[in-house]
Design a protein around this ligand. Structure first.
Ligand code: GAR
Length: 205
């Protein structure tokens, strides 16, 4: 499986996937890193590990079609057959979602469908969880459809919220779980253990 990791920021999840790949216990190849931001630190991480890295933003194109074609071209040029969103803050164009049906995942730092959707990212998620008074939050990996943070759930892991948590302390513990969960889930896909039927996802043991 040749994965493209889509990023917009620091790329600690990308790093966790790179580390898994370099540990030799990962069957997929990270064949491309695509960033929606030119200065995302994730691009540096990719370069340090000799992974092809591109900045691709609709802002650089005069039409949506040109942007879409450029995205298709780069995915094809690197023979990508799976896309992992890891802190990618843009919507994936529906044509790409269609072409990669059930082959695009996203990771989100909460237990979806709670605390997700447009504008729910980074510290905002953890602040909202604490303000609501939740006793547990967590991590979700889901298939991507045409809405933000939406699509069949592949895996979730809980993280308890303590009375003393700040958004920052909670974010740190949730992120640590993300780093464990995402490579594991991607490995399930690489080993063809994920069976999708409508909104239900089964993992073969
Ligand atoms: C991660 O916490 C990820 O779950 C979140 O962005 C962060 C990216 O961190 N994604 C979302 O909020 C999606 N709605 P990273 O760049 O260090 O991997």
């Amino acid at each position: 499986m040749r994965i493209a990791v889509f990023v917009s920021g620091g790329g600690t999840n990308l790093q966790a996937i790179i580390d898994a790949a370099e540990s030799g216990k990962f069957s997929a190849e990270i064949a491309l890193v695509l960033s929606s931001k030119p200065d995302a630190y994730a691009l540096e991480r990719a370069k340090e590990h000799n992974i092809p890295a591109v900045y691709l933003s609709s802002k650089e194109f005069s039409s949506r079609d040109d942007f879409l074609n450029a995205m298709f071209d780069v995915l094809e040029a690197h023979a990508i057959d799976f896309i992992a969103l890891a802190g990618y803050m843009k919507k994936v164009p529906p044509e790409i979602v269609q072409r990669f049906k059930n082959r695009i995942t996203n990771i989100h730092p909460a237990l979806l469908p709670a605390f997700g959707g447009k504008g729910m990212y980074g510290m905002r998620v953890h602040r909202a969880v604490i303000e609501y008074g939740c006793k547990v939050t967590g991590v979700t990996v889901h298939l991507v459809d045409d809405q933000y943070d939406h699509g069949a759930i592949v895996a979730q892991q809980c993280v308890p919220v303590s009375d003393h948590d700040t958004p920052e302390t909670l974010a740190e513990r949730v992120l640590a779980i993300e780093h464990l969960l995402y490579p594991k889930v991607l490995e399930w896909f690489a080993q063809e253990k994920v069976i999708v039927s409508g909104n239900s996802v089964m993992i073969l043991s």
